[in-house]
Design a protein around this ligand. Structure first.
Ligand code: GLY
Length: 358
């Protein structure tokens, strides 16, 4: 049994804490506000296929490895007492204008070439899948890309951690010297770069704004699937929640560590969403929020040992919720002195040392 200290209580830190505790390790987790940050703001898509892009095959492989783990992960978590709200619906991607349709064709061609289960649709066929959507040029149906209710998930993880004896500390950790343990895991998201010199300019904040809406009386209900759209080159997504809420995301831009919601972000999201799903204009706007994704140098996270008993689990970019189960498995393997899952190899922080040598 090891003593594991985790810095950061977002979805990655909580998932690893829970799994490590289940495997018999003594776990302490440091975060002034566990279960908040980018994980609390997230849309909850578990969507390696519709996030894929040519040249990012390693990201797809890692994301799919984690998606395969999701049903078991969610079931085991539910058995700890709180259901994390894994939804069974798939994902429909739509393109609004001809340039958007061209982008979608590239994605479809790439996915077909890899043998992934995707169905290309005309605009009319896409509307048959989701009658509430507006006029679109084309679509892509991906039944395997799922979603989870991020907030239920975080509550479920925290509950499971406490049940398994994880100790929570509300101290904010700014330097590694402040913690002592056999093993330390860095999972402070966009802030992780401050904790280790190798990560200092490898992890950066990527701001995202998101809105939560709810149909008012008489409104068309939210779509049944997650709907992703390219609206004149701008990607947005609409993720329905079981309780009737609709999550609309997300902007993506660099703004340092600013976590305020900009009016421009709200306007862009609503303008785009109204063209994709016109009924949204009559919905109640329940919440606006912003979070900071942990961007990495490439699209891959950093998952692996940095040296001296310090393990990095950060830089998950747009895929933190998706990649939580496979990241947690990598941490548990490390604690046991075993190799991580095969797909994690590409995410090794060893690539940072290679970069230093060049
Ligand atoms: N996973 C979607 C986003 O980061 O906005």
């Amino acid at each position: 049994m090891s003593e594991l200290t985790i810095i950061g209580g977002g979805v990655i830190g909580l998932a690893a804490a829970w799994r490590a505790a289940v495997h018999g390790h003594r776990v302490s987790l440091y975060d002034p506000e566990p279960g908040r940050g980018a994980s609390w703001v997230a849309g909850g898509m578990l969507a390696p296929v519709t996030e894929a892009w040519p040249g990012e095959e390693d990201v797809l492989r890692l994301g799919e490895a984690s998606l395969r783990r999701w049903p078991g992960f969610a079931a085991e978590l539910a058995a700890e007492g709180v259901d994390p709200g894994l939804a069974a619906h798939g994902t429909l991607v739509v393109a609004l204008d001809s340039a958007d349709a061209g982008q979608l064709d590239i994605l479809a061609g790439f996915l077909h070439s890899l043998g992934r289960e995707v169905e290309s649709l005309t605009g009319r066929a896409a509307r048959r899948v989701e009658p509430g959507i507006g006029s679109v040029r084309s679509g892509l149906l991906v039944p395997g890309d799922l979603a989870v209710d991020n907030r239920k998930l975080l509550l479920a993880l925290e509950h499971a951690c406490r049940r398994r004896g994880v100790t929570f500390h509300s101290t904010r950790i700014d330097t590694l010297e402040e913690v002592r343990a056999d093993a330390v895991m860095l999972a402070a998201g966009a802030w992780t770069g401050r904790l280790h010199p190798l990560l200092a300019d490898a992890v950066r904040p990527l701001k995202g704004e998101i809105l939560r809406l709810r149909p008012r009386r008489g409104c068309l209900p939210p779509p049944g699937n997650t709907v992703r759209a390219l609206v004149e080159g701008r990607p947005i997504y609409l993720v329905p929640r079981e309780d009737g809420e609709l999550v609309l995301g997300a902007t993506q831009y660099e703004a340092g560590f600013d976590e305020s919601v900009a009016a421009r972000g709200v306007r862009e999201l609503l303008e785009g969403a109204e063209r994709v799903f016109p009924a949204i204009a009559e919905y109640e706007l329940v919440e606006t929020a912003a979070g900071l994704r942990a961007g990495s140098l490439d699209a891959l996270p950093f998952v692996g040992e940095l040296g001296d008993g310090v393990f990095a689990a950060t830089g998950h970019h747009r895929n933190g919720l998706l990649m939580a189960p496979v990241t947690a498995d990598a941490v548990v393997a490390w604690l046991a002195g075993e190799a991580p899952p095969d797909e994690v190899a590409a995410a090794s922080p060893a690539r940072l040392r290679e970069r230093e040598r060049v």
